[in-house]
Design a protein around this ligand. Structure first.
Ligand code: SF4
Length: 83
């Protein structure tokens, strides 16, 4: 798998940067249907469409190293949020 894994789910474009993920699992705690750790201890998608939009956003925003980015259908970046 390349450095990025990307999905469209709940009307959002979600991208995991696998080079940044350190496997803390915060995203998985928030949305276990959406993410899991693979054999390398790095986050991959499970079924992000099974997660409602608000929780999916929370799960992505929970990443302590900003390894997950989210855009809406207009291409506006929602996660990570700029401080
Ligand atoms: S919260 Fe971030 S660092 Fe932790 S498993 Fe998910 S993507 Fe990886």
């Amino acid at each position: 798998m390349s450095g990025f894994d990307e999905r469209i789910a709940a009307g959002l474009r979600v991208r995991i940067d696998r080079t940044l993920c350190v496997g803390f699992g915060d995203c998985i705690k928030e949305a276990p249907e959406g993410f899991k750790l693979d054999g390398d201890g790095v986050a991959v998608f499970v079924d992000p469409d099974a997660v409602e939009r608000d929780r999916l956003l929370r799960a992505c925003d929970a990443c302590p190293v900003d390894a997950i980015s989210v855009w809406d259908t207009d291409g506006r970046q929602l996660v990570p949020t700029s401080a």
